[in-house]
Design a protein around this ligand. Structure first.
Ligand code: CO
Length: 134
């Protein structure tokens, strides 16, 4: 069912420093920061030959990644994103298998303007999983 690894998201405590690290030290192709007010984050995408790294920085008072950064002050891997062809079919299969979809279970429009869902980390070996329909 799952296809490519679309991205690995890393929550960062200092976005400028993270951009410099990936752009200048690692020599990667790094996007400009984009505010995602619906998601409470600022995103920067690092494009690698085979996948992307999504740098996440809190936006606003109620950012969903603030608690994660409070627990992981150096930052850390926040989620992995797998591609699926049909997000509703994927969701229905996972729910039928007893796995938990976060929120109201309906896809939201993600950072790439495509439908996304998040799956409960306790059902996936401690890893928050994002599914994105491509
Ligand atoms: Co993501």
């Amino acid at each position: 069912m799952i296809g490519k690894l679309n991205h690995v998201a890393i929550a960062v405590p200092d976005l400028d420093a993270a951009v410099k690290l990936y752009r200048d030290s690692l020599g990667a192709d790094v996007s400009s920061p984009v505010d995602q007010p619906d998601h409470g984050v600022v995103t920067v995408f690092v494009t690698l030959p085979n996948t992307k790294i999504e740098l996440l920085y809190p936006l606003g008072d109620k950012s969903p990644i603030q608690g994660f950064l409070d627990r992981n002050q150096a930052g850390g891997i926040h989620h992995v994103c797998y591609e699926v062809d049909d997000i509703i079919a994927a969701r229905d299969k996972l729910v039928a298998d007893g796995l938990r979809v976060l929120g109201d279970g309906e896809p939201k429009i993600g950072a790439h303007d495509k439908p996304v869902l998040f799956l409960h980390p306790k059902d996936f070996n401690g890893t928050l999983v994002e599914l994105e329909e491509v």
